[in-house]
Design a protein around this ligand. Structure first.
Ligand code: NAP
Length: 434
């Protein structure tokens, strides 16, 4: 057996992901040593309660509540506690003590990323976070390394498994949001408090991380436009299907031209995508990230976006990278923010829309609606009308628009809602991926 140098690894957290990382580190020691060029010695596991039951059996003597002592003696710190504090302080302590850091903590990186990366830069260490954006799917390394010689134009990601599971079941079964959510909670696909997932907060954190990396720009979380899926109804899904679309919660990060300069837009919302688009075939709780780059063209990364052992795979890949770097020495990977592009609000974004209205079924209604749209600078591409109600006194109107600025569209939809001929605006959805 090769006599490798030993690196001390401190693991913070032994929950769904941490316990699997510990187990793999202990079971695959020899293989990991050959890959890393160093023997990875699990020095200890910091938790809140050393006696709490774990998903896998782990040696009792590894557990401690003294995270600080563990961290200051480590070459590599793996942070899998989640949340902001004490995760942030522990990561900063690790970097300050000369360790490289591996984390899966999207909440922390989306809010305190610049502070963490600057701390790493100051000491020439590295922060690895492959598991923070899409669980087991390799997307950070492809964006940072494989595509380093290319220019990413747009990223469209299905980066939240819970919402994809819900929307996929609504699409395949014609079921209502509330029923599928309740079922998802029962089956463990959704948390008891599903807000972070269904309101798009989790996807927004991941979008901020992906956009920052892809566009060499620190994207603050509050610059990410966010809408969730709670207003999506079975009717909207059915209408989308009839028009050849599927509704997916998308994280979109793209370069856009504003006032003659280049800016970026980062946004999360439920959008219509053509059923022929590769992202339309992402079913269940799976994730996928569709990247468009100038030279490489379109690439899709697909797989499990969560799950303890799946996420542990991405974490261990990072641990091996950290170990190699630690052995090789030199400065850390570093996070580039050199482009520092402005992040613009949703109003600047141009997409196509599908607006569904309930209108009076009277002569002249179509002309009134066409007039409001045209005054607002929104031009009509398609129009479908169906008669509704038992006595046929209302009609459902589905208006497909040409590309329009979001600001123009919002103002126009307000005017439509106020119009005498419109009973209700039933839905407004953006179209992506055409
Ligand atoms: P988890 O199951 O809640 O486990 C958290 C672990 O951290 C527990 O072992 C807990 O200790 C420990 N911990 C929490 N606060 C602590 C504190 N103040 N001091 C010491 N230990 C503390 O979390 P998880 O699902 O494994 O997620 C870990 C990280 O991975 C999070 O950042 C999450 O966003 C990210 N992630 C998770 C997944 C996934 O599928 N689960 C996927 C991608 C990324 P006790 O056990 O003693 O309470």
């Amino acid at each position: 057996m090769t006599d490798y140098r030993r690196l001390r690894v401190a693991l913070l957290g032994a929950g769904a992901v941490g316990s699997q990382v510990a187990s793999l580190l202990l079971r695959h020691g020899d293989e990991l040593a050959d890959r890393a060029g160093a023997r990875l010695e699990l020095a200890g596991i910091a938790v809140r309660d050393v006696d709490a039951p774990r998903d896998v059996e782990l040696p009792r003597e590894l557990f401690t509540t003294d995270a600080e002592t563990l961290i200051t003696g480590a070459d590599i710190v793996i942070e899998l506690m989640g949340g902001i504090e004490p995760a942030r302080s522990h990561i900063l302590l690790g970097l300050g003590s000369g360790a490289d850091v591996v984390t899966a903590n999207k909440a922390l990186l989306a809010t305190h990323g610049p502070e963490v990366f600057e701390a790493a830069d100051r000491v020439g260490a590295s922060v690895y976070y492959e598991a923070a954006a899409a669980g087991a799917i390799p997307i950070i390394r492809p964006l940072r390394d494989s595509l380093a010689g290319d220019r990413v134009v747009r990223i469209m990601g299905i980066v939240n498994g819970t919402t994809n599971y819900i929307l996929d079941r609504m699409d395949s079964e014609g079921a209502d949001f509330a029923d599928v959510l309740a079922d998802a909670q029962r089956l463990g696909y959704a948390e008891a408090d599903p807000t972070a997932d269904v309101e798009g907060y989790d996807a927004a954190q991941k979008a901020a991380i992906l956009a920052s990396l892809a566009f060499h720009t620190a994207v603050p979380l509050d610059a990410v436009h966010r809408e969730g899926i709670t207003s999506i109804t079975a009717d909207m899904i059915e209408e989308a299907r009839e028009a050849g679309f599927v509704i997916k919660l998308l994280a979109v990060c793209e370069r856009i031209g504003v006032d003659g300069g280049e800016s970026i837009s980062v946004r999360v919302y439920p959008a219509l995508i053509p059923r022929t688009h590769p992202l339309a075939s992402v079913h269940g709780a799976n994730n996928a990230v569709f990247v468009e780059a100038e030279a490489a063209g379109s690439l899709m990364f697909y797989g499990a976006g969560a799950g303890g052992v799946q996420t542990a795979s991405a974490v261990l890949g990072d641990v091996v990278s950290a170990a190699r770097r630690h052995i090789a020495g030199g400065v850390g990977v570093g996070e580039s923010t050199r482009a520092n592009l402005p992040v613009v609000s949703i109003g600047h974004v141009t997409t196509r829309y599908q607006i569904t209205l309930e209108v009076d079924d009277e002569p002249g209604v179509l002309a009134t609606i066409a007039g409001i749209l045209s005054e607002g600078g929104v031009s009509v591409a398609t129009l479908v009308q169906t008669v509704e109600g038992e006595d046929g006194d209302t009609a459902r109107l589905i208006v497909g628009t040409h590309r329009a600025a979001d600001s123009a569209l919002s103002a126009t939809v307000e005017r439509l809602a106020e119009s005498d001929v419109v009973e209700r605006v039933l839905s407004v959805l953006r179209v992506e991926g055409e």
